[in-house]
Ligand binder design. Structure first.
Ligand code: NAD
Length: 453
């Protein structure tokens, strides 16, 4: 690990990555490599957890193409120095901010969208002019191997390389001195990464998880709301960091909501084993999910097959905050439904838990939208939809509190891997003596006047 980092530091110090042309060329190389290997990428992820070609393209690969295209298009603009106002006190001078790469970066990925969560931060790091060590999640073994192969065949490891491995390898990597660590994963491991980064005062972006609520009010369009909610929840078999974790539904529409949710799960073909629906990633997660279900509270679903790791979408009703399913992030296809009487009650339930990564509210009323936005702190979210806010790269993506530190996507990603160097640039043809010693009453008067300007 030490050698890998040393090689990258040497390469970074050569200043090669400082050139915009170099960065654009590397991004293009990545794009071509992904395009040429789409079949390999698809076969690998299908082997790991039966992700279909449609889902692989729409939720992983196409987002990477979009990120690369956007970074290449905007790079000159993002990376150029920005002039800012200089006060009269410093006349004559100009002031500007120079975006500067941080250096050698470590990207640690999660397993649930393995390509997107590994390569999207890498794209941002390359665009910002850094070198990168990528440590993808070890759980989807075929996708990790596919990424290693692609990177090995197309990049100089002194610039961009992949280190495969699990806890041991990641902890070894964390002992090295990096200039930035970008981590996607659980809050528990996020704390380990944060502690390790503190040893070297390395800045971090932590993209973590949590229990993201969906509030379904009596003033919503129920049909569309349920359709979007069911899609966002059971996409990737619920293994999505921004999936609605649980639903708070107004008691006046609870019965209708449950009925429509059941119908929607059936009509979107989530209710039986087929290529539209993913497997649970491994047995550990399969068993963990099984334990979260209280069989007496099942409204729909509850079937599973440990051999094929098929876990039927399961809706639970009459759930309380004391149930096992409300004690941790579900990260699977179980939807607990809790009914509420007033919007204040719904908000206080959400606020009794750590700040979520996402929050969704379904309503036609502006007053409720405003109230939720004002009174609940969350990373990002959507009104009358789920998940789709992630696809708008003009919206910085990240958590707050226990759901994360920092954000990325679009220019926010470039910023996450950039230091903004502030510079005052002064000529020498004029050098007012006012600030120099010895001080006099007249200079003090002048200084008072200047500092007021
Ligand atoms: P995880 O925290 O178990 O693992 C993430 C990474 O950390 C992996 O690469 C793993 O090898 C490494 N790791 C695991 N244990 C470690 C340890 N003890 N020391 C050092 N490294 C260790 O998370 P996961 O299971 O891969 O992903 C699920 C979690 O990630 C969920 O909480 C989910 O909400 C969150 N997530 C967040 C986002 C986001 O963008 N905010 C996206 C996807 C997933």
């Amino acid at each position: 690990m030490k050698e890998i980092v040393e090689k990258q530091r040497k390469f970074y110090n050569s200043n090669a990555t400082k050139h915009i042309r170099f960065r654009k060329a590397q991004l293009k190389t990545l794009q071509n490599a992904l395009q040429e290997n789409e079949t390999l990428l698809h076969d690998a992820i299908y082997k790991d957890f039966k992700k279909s070609e449609f889902d692989n393209y729409s939720t992983e690969i196409s987002l990477l193409y979009k990120d690369i295209k956007e970074a290449r298009k905007n790079l000159f603009q993002w990376a150029r120095r920005k002039h800012v106002f200089t006060s009269i006190l410093n006349f004559p001078a100009s002031s500007y901010i120079v975006p500067e790469p941080l250096g050698v970066c470590l990207v640690i990925g999660a397993w649930n969208y393995p390509y997107q969560l590994s390569f999207a931060p890498v794209i941002a790091a390359i665009a910002a002019g850094n070198t990168v060590v990528l440590k993808p999640s070890e759980l989807p073994t075929h996708t990790a191997a596919a990424m290693t192969k692609i990177v090995k065949e197309n990049f100089d490891p002194a610039f961009f390389t992949v280190v495969e491995g699990g806890v041991e390898e990641t902890q070894e990597l964390l002992k090295q001195k990096f200039d930035k660590i970008f981590f996607t994963g659980s809050t528990k491991v996020g704390k380990i990464v944060y502690k390790a980064a503190a040893e070297n005062l390395t800045p971090v972006t932590l993209e973590l998880g949590g229990k993201s609520p969906a509030i379904v009010t009596e003033s919503c369009n129920l049909k569309i709301s349920v359709k979007r909610l069911v899609w966002g929840k059971f996409l990737n078999a619920g293994q999505t960091c921004i999936a609605p974790d649980y639903v708070l539904v107004h008691n006046s529409i609870e019965k209708k909501f449950l009925e429509q949710t059941k119908q929607e799960i059936i009509s979107q073909h989530f209710a039986f084993e087929n290529d539209n629906y993913l497997q649970i990633i491994n047995n550990v997660n399969f068993d963990r999910l099984t334990k979260l279900i209280d069989s007496e509270k099942i409204y729909f679903g509850g079937e599973s097959n440990s051999e094929t790791r098929y876990f039927q979408p399961t809706v639970m009703q009459n759930v309380t905050l004391d149930d096992a399913v409300m004690q941790e992030e579900i990260f699977g296809p179980i939807l607990p439904v809790i009914s509420y009487n007033t919007i204040e009650e719904a908000i206080s339930i959400v606020n009794s838990l750590p700040k979520p990564l996402s929050c969704y509210v379904f309503t036609k009323r502006d007053s409720i939208k405003r109230k939720v936005l004002k009174e609940i702190s969350f990373g990002g979210g959507a009104i009358n939809d789920t998940v789709m806010h992630i696809t708008n790269s003009n919206l910085p993506f990240g958590g707050v509190g226990h759901s994360g530190i920092g954000n990325y996507h679009g220019e926010a990603g470039f910023k996450a891997f950039t230091h903004y160097k502030s510079v005052m640039d002064k000529p020498t043809w004029l050098d007012p003596s006012i600030r120099y010693y010895p001080h006099t009453p007249f200079r003090l008067k002048l200084m008072r006047w200047f500092l007021k300007l």
